[in-house]
Design a protein around this ligand. Structure first.
Ligand code: HXC
Length: 258
């Protein structure tokens, strides 16, 4: 792929930044933009020096959904052949922690993108919702599944069927977001949190994320067996030796991700 047209991405102090950059259309996610996001995520995931990834919007929104103009004339066969959701699936396969910093609208595919992240920092002006019902469709990139797992069937059905916008304080109330902060400090707070995670042993973060995701999907017994294996696995890392040695020597640990 050539130079990205709809996003900007850069790395600084162990944090991989992805900025959605289609502000005039409230960062409406066309298919190329989703591919660019996935490419940047994949590159950061492979880059040893990147420990955490942070996605944010530019202009007055995070993202107001998939690009309606682009999909207005789609047919089922075109959609089947495009297989665009294979790209979306790759977002949930990223191993490193991904933080979404959400201000303004996070609607439809924009909400799905945020829900695919591991942490959501939201400004007080953030508005979440699935307006697809008003377009005669429904979410297609995990929205019904993730919202239901996150807030339960009763409330998820209400938001999905009304298509109304949820205030950030409501999203916080239902545990959909990690932190609710004033808009002017959103990016700083999200970055501060990313910097905090960047100091942690990357392999621990990786396996914690993997294990928590497993816990969402399987029964308690299976999840606990899985947890145990990942716990054992970390004892083969140098960071485990370093972390415990540093504790005994009463000094800060220097984690290297190995
Ligand atoms: C294409 C969009 C867009 C979108 C906004 N724009 N959202 N273009 N697709 N999803 C464009 C508008 O057409 C307009 O372009 C410009 O962005 C600014 O938007 P306005 O409507 O003028 O702003 P405002 O009045 O503040 O209203 C904001 C809004 C509204 C409430 C967010 O734009 C809106 O309802 N947008 C659509 C939201 C939506 O239905 N999202 C779900 C999409 S379906 P011009 O050229 O007129 O300036 C979906 C399915 C996902 O996401 C499936 C998986 C991929």
């Amino acid at each position: 792929m050539g130079k990205p047209e709809f996003i900007k991405s850069w790395q600084q102090n162990g944090i991989g930044f992805i900025e959605l950059n289609r502000p005039k259309l409230l960062n409406a996610l066309n298919r190329q933009m989703v591919s660019e996001i996935v490419s940047a995520l994949t590159e950061f995931d492979r880059d040893h020096d990147t420990r955490v990834i942070l996605i944010k919007g530019s202009g007055r929104a995070f993202a107001a959904g998939a690009d309606i103009d682009e999909m207005a004339h789609d047919t089922p066969i075109k959609l089947e052949l495009l297989n665009q959701f294979a790209e979306w699936d790759r977002i949930s396969q990223i191993k490193k922690p991904v933080i979404a910093a959400v201000h303004g609208f996070a609607l439809g595919g924009g909400f799905e993108l945020a829900l695919s992240c591991d942490f959501i920092f939201a400004a007080e002006n953030a508005r979440f919702g699935f307006p697809e019902v008003n377009l005669g469709v429904m979410p297609g990139a995990g929205g019904t599944v993730r919202l239901t797992k996150a807030m339960g069937r009763t409330k998820a059905l209400e938001w999905l069927c009304t298509g109304e916008q949820m205030e950030a304080s409501v999203a916080f109330h239902y545990g959909l977001i990690t932190r609710l902060v004033p808009e002017e400090v959103l990016f700083n707070e999200a970055e501060r949190f990313a910097a905090k995670l960047a100091q942690k042993p990357p392999l621990s973060l990786r396996l914690i994320k993997d294990t928590v995701n497993k816990a969402v999907d399987v029964n308690v017994y299976e999840a606990m067996q899985y947890e145990r294996k990942n716990f054992y696995l970390l004892f083969s890392s140098e960071d485990q030796k370093e972390g415990m040695k540093a504790f005994v020597e009463k000094r800060p640990a220097n984690f290297r991700g190995q």
